[in-house]
Ligand binder design. Sequence first.
Ligand code: SF4
Ligand code: SF4
Length: 308
Amino acid sequence: MMTPTAVPLANLEMNVVYGCNLKCEYCTHLGRFMKGLVPLDELLFWYRSWNTKIRPQNVRIMGGEPLLHPDLEKVIYGTREHWKEPRIELVTNGLLLPQIKTSVLTALKEIGADVTVSRHFDDPCYNPLLEAGLETLRKHGIEPHISQSHWWWMKCYRIDEQGRAAPYQSDPQKAWNICYVKNLCITLIDNRLYRCPQLGCYAYAVRKGFVPSGWEVVLDYPPLTPACTQEELEAFLRAEACEQCCICPEEFQYADMYEKINLFGFPKARKLFCGDTLDEPTSNQNPPVYAWNPGILPLERMDQPPLL
Ligand code: SF4
Ligand code: SF4
């Protein structure tokens, strides 16, 4: 139940699953590195810790890939139960939609949730998989919003000469000046509020040992705990650049979609995602293979963080 003093904010984001069936390079939620999920009871406890203190316009159930959550149906109903007024949005890469239980789609409809599907590639192997996911939603009367993520995939960390991922070491003010989330994607992780998914997810990845040394700078960021005052919350939402904004680029740098990840250039990934049923792409459609990218080679270990 929200109180009149609950502080308004635009979006509240929850990574209900940290891991992802895709492992895109330059994912701001570090989907390439993460694994694990938030158990239902823990998530509902977080909701109860915050739902009288903040008043989001939009609550996002996301990840990682939220469709991997074994209790997703209960997560959906529990989200509506604890956030009665806001728009609720499920954000997914869509590839697992044909495999999810009908009851999950029913839950989305019953609580009036919107579904946003992120398009990550425009690739002859990938496109039919995405279309199958969209079709599953439409068959159940849900018209998805499609986010064309592959058009503007911004790099959010560096890949050094040895192919190791590391945060930028930017001027925090310059990074903040071009920041496109600027207090728009407040993220709840481990029952703490972070100003952006980058700081929340990177800190989680450091604590869990999912990233190598070099990322610890994010641990200096002080997230808000449920014990915070209304004044602290308001100050949190008004805050501008912080020291830890140094982790982000200070100028726009975009990755093309096959630099982001090229699942389909690797036989194991093709089999994993396409089976043997899809036609081979014609030679002029065949994407370049970025074999130099060490982060996406060990795809047989999709349930573990990649070797770094
Ligand atoms: S599909 Fe989305 S959450 Fe998963 S790795 Fe790619 S960008 Fe990250
Ligand atoms: S760390 Fe700072 S610059 Fe980077 S996304 Fe978060 S708020 Fe923006």
